[in-house]
Design a protein around this ligand. Structure first.
Ligand SMILES: Nc1nc2c(ncn2[C@@H]2O[C@H](COP(=O)(O)OP(=O)(O)O)[C@@H](O)[C@H]2O)c(=O)[nH]1
Ligand SMILES: [Mg+2]
Length: 384
């Protein structure tokens, strides 16, 4: 059976440990993770009778840096779990703990907690209002939490707001606040767990896809700023064909990020991409369009460098998109007509139009490496 994990998060002193103790009782197992006594320390609690674990962020303190270190620790814990072949270290549900005796801080606490946990995009959230000693204040407190969430992107993930008293609180000699809300919290958590298990899968997938995209994009940048491009300035005639070597290397590296194996189909697909950037009509059209950009006053050599950068970067960015589509199963490597058309559109004269503004900021006294940075910036910004 899948046992879910609940991330218990909230500033130190709000009552996380007291709450965990109230939920799990004395007979629970505790394992420490990370370096004890530091912000990156986590404590993981299990009780054989409950179908979920509680992950306590010991070092979650009201300081920006410390907070994010604690969240990093959770990410590391999740990653390590995957490495050990144990994919169980996923966050399936979040208990946001806020202190019921300091309602002035509700809105701020919710803001920081949602930003700290932003990577869990769809994991259900239960807000636990700890130290809810005053019964008359509870209704108002719940409303305040709901209002604060309404303005947050994580608003859709808020599934319940539960006031609790984890331990008897002595108000005065004849008034006690007795433990309350624990049962409701456990029941709600159990009820939401299947949704949380599904959401964690989704969040991990979208997180990994984002990482792949960033990695693949960095390959396009590296190829564009490589020596092969910066030396294009010394070549006598601008000819896109001379770039095929670097483009092959670039596209293959990007394909690898998306786990695309080397076989006949991928070889044909990659070769279609490089052809679009070298011998196609679109490539020739782009060269003439770039040469004809009005108002630029730069030497032929510098222009060669710019043209080379535009080609290598456009091919790289196009490949990132294309291989992502294949990776997601939306396109196939056999779809050669699609990839040809897609890459030619990417290299259309419109690309030249998009970098025209950037070109007006360029002059011959600049280093070619800086010029290429401007070109990449213009192409990345205007994309979409
Ligand atoms: N009486 C009572 N004290 C509480 C309750 N929740 C938290 N506390 C007290 O608040 C302080 C901080 O709680 P703790 O669980 O250590 O907070 P943590 O830093 O978030 O783990 C401790 O002195 C707790 O005894 C509660 O429900 N009832
Ligand atoms: Mg604690």
């Amino acid at each position: 059976m899948d046992i879910g994990n609940v991330l218990v998060i909230g500033n130190s002193g709000v009552g996380k440990s007291t709450l965990i103790n109230a939920v799990l009782g004395k007979d629970c197992a505790r394992t420490g993770w990370g370096t004890k006594g530091t912000t990156t320390h986590l404590e993981i609690y299990t009780n054989s009778k409950l179908p979920f674990r509680l992950v306590d962020t010991v070092g979650f303190e009201p300081s920006f840096i410390k907070k994010f270190k604690a969240v990093d620790a959770i990410k590391k814990w999740s990653k390590e779990g995957t490495k050990e072949g144990n994919t169980e270290n996923k966050i399936n549900l979040i208990w946001f703990c806020i202190d019921g005796t300091s309602r002035k801080l509700f809105s701020d606490s919710i803001k920081t907690l949602t930003s700290a946990t932003a990577m869990w995009k769809s994991v259900p959230i239960i807000v636990v209002i700890t130290k809810s000693y005053s019964v008359p204040e509870r209704v108002d407190n719940i409303r305040m939490v709901n209002d604060a969430f309404e303005k947050q992107r994580a608003g859709k993930n808020l599934k319940a707001v539960i006031p609790v008293v984890a331990k008897t609180f002595v108000i005065n000699e004849d008034a006690f606040a007795s433990p309350d809300g624990i049962e409701e919290l456990v029941e709600k958590t159990n009820e939401l767990m299947p949704l949380g298990i599904q959401a964690a899968e989704q969040d991990i997938d979208s997180f990994l896809l984002g990482r792949k995209r960033a990695l693949a994009h960095s390959i396009a940048v590296a190829a564009t700023t490589s020596g092969a491009v910066t030396t294009a300035v010394t070549l006598p005639i601008t000819d896109a064909v001379i770039l095929s070597g670097i483009e092959y290397a670039e596209v293959r590296a990007i394909a690898q990020v998306y786990g695309i194996k080397k076989d006949n189909r991928s070889v044909d697909f990659i070769s279609e991409i490089v052809k679009a950037g070298t011998v196609s009509t679109a490539a020739r059209g782009l060269i003439s369009a770039l040469k004809a950009v009005p108002g630029i006053n730069i030497a032929a050599g510098t222009l060669n460098g710019i043209i080379a950068a535009v080609f290598v970067f456009a091919i790289g960015e196009g490949s990132v998109y294309a291989f992502e589509q294949v990776y997601l199963g939306k396109r196939s490597l056999s779809d050669l007509t699609w990839i040809r058309q897609f890459m030619e559109e990417k290299l259309s004269e419109e690309t030249a139009g998009r970098i025209t503004d950037a070109l007006s900021a360029i002059n011959d006294s600049m280093e070619i490496a800086d010029i290429i940075k401007i070109v990449i910036g213009a192409m990345t910004r205007k994309k979409k």
